[in-house]
Write a protein that binds this ligand. Sequence first.
Ligand SMILES: [Zn+2]
Length: 396
Amino acid sequence: MKLVIGSVVSLLLVLVMLGSVVSPVFAVSTPKMKPIMTIQRTELHKNVNIVKIDPILENATPYWMFIAAGSTEKGSVTILKYIDSSKNLTKRERVELKKFVRELWRKYRVKTIRNGNVTLITLNSKAGINLTNEEKVMLEKVAQAMNEYFREKYVKNKNGNVGILWNGNEHKSIIRISCIKWGGISKDYASVAGAAAPKPDTWTQVPPPHGYPDWMWNFIMQVVHSWTHYYNPDWGTGSAPSETKYYADIAKDKHSNGDYTSAYTNLGYASHFMTDVGNPLHTGAEFRQVFLSKLRFGDIKYIHTAYENYVTDNWNSGYVFKSIVENNWYYYPISNPEQATKNLASYTHQYADTIVWTIFTNPDTWQNDQNIKNITENCLLETAKYVLGLVKYVRG
Ligand SMILES: [Zn+2]
């Protein structure tokens, strides 16, 4: 009996000792990291609602959004609210403008066609839209009222500085978490990469190459900050993918030479350009974003700013978007960081119109929209998988 008790005690002792040895090892190792292929992608939220705009409508007039809003009850109410809220319009102008848009909605019919989880907004007739000059003047007033509304609501008390994209904190947070996950030396240098990650937003802005129209110039310089922080997979515009590769390759080279401070600094830079295109508004809806900012009240980008502030405000609290990155243990193996960044942009791009349209038609309540939350989480999860892959690419 004594012997048995003695054995049990020594077994317990062994277990306790093992425990104390094993747990710190678990804490720094990476037992959970799992490589997957993009074709095996599992989305957090399947069948999120997607809004698509028919190019026929979009190409008809820059004012198409105000006409399209008339296709839904919510959209019409919102446009009337923009007009009613304007302090720059006289009472008489407001009355006239509301009468005008109601007539416009009767004249140019727009319809929504729902197919599964995709809603297409398109023209109801083949006649197209041929606005008179008088209509254009009136629509410009509606655009100003809308911009006024967004400026009052989203920018007045916020720091409206351009170019802090996903805001700096998210850039820093995503790469830090990713480095720590891989453990080993990247855990020690996670703060170095984190400190470097927001920096590219402070670098000299790169305009679009010659040959693009003014609105593209405005989009790049005023909305997404720089040609290097953007990529539209449909058009192949923007150089975020090649920037990612440029800095990732420097990082990889420095890492193999044991220059870890430089390696993780450059990894931080590379991750910036990759995480930028994890934001759908850095991958498309260019004209809409410019048009809705109009720049007439200064260099503030209303919808873009509103969305990025929403992600920032819900990063550590509220929806705690950070946890999406923290809870992910999958990574995409990367052999070419440029292609990987293009792939990420292709994924998030599908949501660009939906975000813009939802904010435009629900300026007061879109932050509570479950669909916007789901889209954001899907994009963050995808970004997390690519950034983990990027860290592994650099470490070899
Ligand atoms: Zn950026």
